[in-house]
Write a protein that binds this ligand. Structure first.
Ligand code: SF4
Ligand code: SF4
Length: 313
């Protein structure tokens, strides 16, 4: 970072960073962390400064406890912050509450992509509407859902490929968020030069989605959501009695994601972490203990066979 600062005039680039709630153990830590960030970046101001991961409970409570919203606005008055906002992972109710209390916030970063529009946990559509109602610029995170919307089942990807063989599947996800009014910036994680080239191509000559393309996205969304999921509620009633110490709900969580996104490396990594501490799906000896206690009456033995085929070969 310092090298960039040395090689280019400060007003020729923009730097964004965030205040992490989990680093704050006292009010003094707010200033300490901020000053360390300035020093590490080699700058005397940040263009965009965010409270990191505001969500119901812990993080938000910490920011309130140490008066971080007002503290950041004071730094803005001093010119050390040019634009102040926060990244958000909480409920629509909390978002409304914060914006009522802090109308001075200049932008909000939310998880937004075509699949999470109706996700009951993320509730992207609702968050988006709240920000639009208040005319607050939006920074989008997870537009490709951690790469999942670039790696779907072949029969689903075909719907995009049939329409635009030369365009990547990921480009549809980026164009979806890029076509939404109010979106100021789209943050897309990239793990290869090819992905970066592809994203640059998408935005160089940006084409907003036409209505019939939006209909294709709706169709793909429905296809993905209609892939059957294992109805495990993660109650863990089955876990203690498993003689092979298999973390059954974690196996099902992995399989549910992989049924929708067969190449999702994050789920595979997650499973590898699980089996370092627990048995693997292939260890199942079909004793039936789990099935006898599962309130959802899941055919766990059969599902373990499916999981072992996918995860343990
Ligand atoms: S059937 Fe398999 S998963 Fe279920 S308790 Fe027995 S060993 Fe564990
Ligand atoms: S008992 Fe059934 S629903 Fe509960 S965690 Fe085990 S598999 Fe899932």
């Amino acid at each position: 970072m310092s090298k960039i600062v040395k090689r280019h005039p400060r007003d020729s680039f923009m730097i964004a960073t965030k205040l992490p709630a989990w680093e704050l153990k006292s009010a003094d830590d707010v200033e300490r962390v901020f000053n360390e960030q300035l020093e590490r970046a080699g700058v005397d101001y940040f263009d965009f400064y965010l409270l990191h991961s505001v969500e119901d409970g812990n993080n938000y409570d910490t920011y309130v406890k140490y008066d971080c919203f007002n503290w950041c606005m004071d730094r803005k008055k001093e010119g050390k912050i040019k634009h102040f906002g926060f990244s958000f992972h909480g409920s629509p109710e909390l978002l409304e509450e914060i914006l009522d209390k802090h109308p001075e916030v200049e932008f909000v970063q939310i998880q937004l992509n075509y699949l999470d529009r109706t996700n009951p946990v993320v509730r992207s559509q609702k968050l988006y509407e709240i920000l639009r109602d208040r005319n607050i610029p939006i920074i989008v995170m997870e537009p490709v859902r951690g790469g999942m919307l670039a790696n779907m089942a072949p029969e689903i990807e075909e719907k995009f490929k049939n329409r635009q063989p030369e365009k990547s599947v990921a480009s549809w996800a980026l164009r979806f968020v890029g076509s939404l009014p109010g979106v100021m910036t789209i943050l897309s994680g990239m793990s290869s030069e090819a992905q970066m080239e592809d994203n640059l191509t998408t935005f160089k000559n940006f084409e907003p989605l036409a209505d019939d393309e939006l209909a294709t996205i709706d169709e793909v969304t429905e296809d993905i959501l209609s892939i059957p999921q294992i109805g495990c509620t993660a109650c863990k009633y089955c876990c203690d009695g498993c003689p092979m110490k298999i973390s059954i709900p974690d196996v099902f969580r992995t399989i549910n994601t992989l049924r929708r996104y067969p190449d999702d490396w994050r789920s595979k990594n997650f499973y590898q972490g699980v089996v370092q501490r627990h048995g693997k799906a292939a260890d199942c000896i079909a004793c039936g203990q789990c099935e006898s206690v599962c309130p959802q009456h899941l055919p766990i033995i059969e599902l373990m066979k499916e999981a072992a085929e996918i995860l343990d070969k």
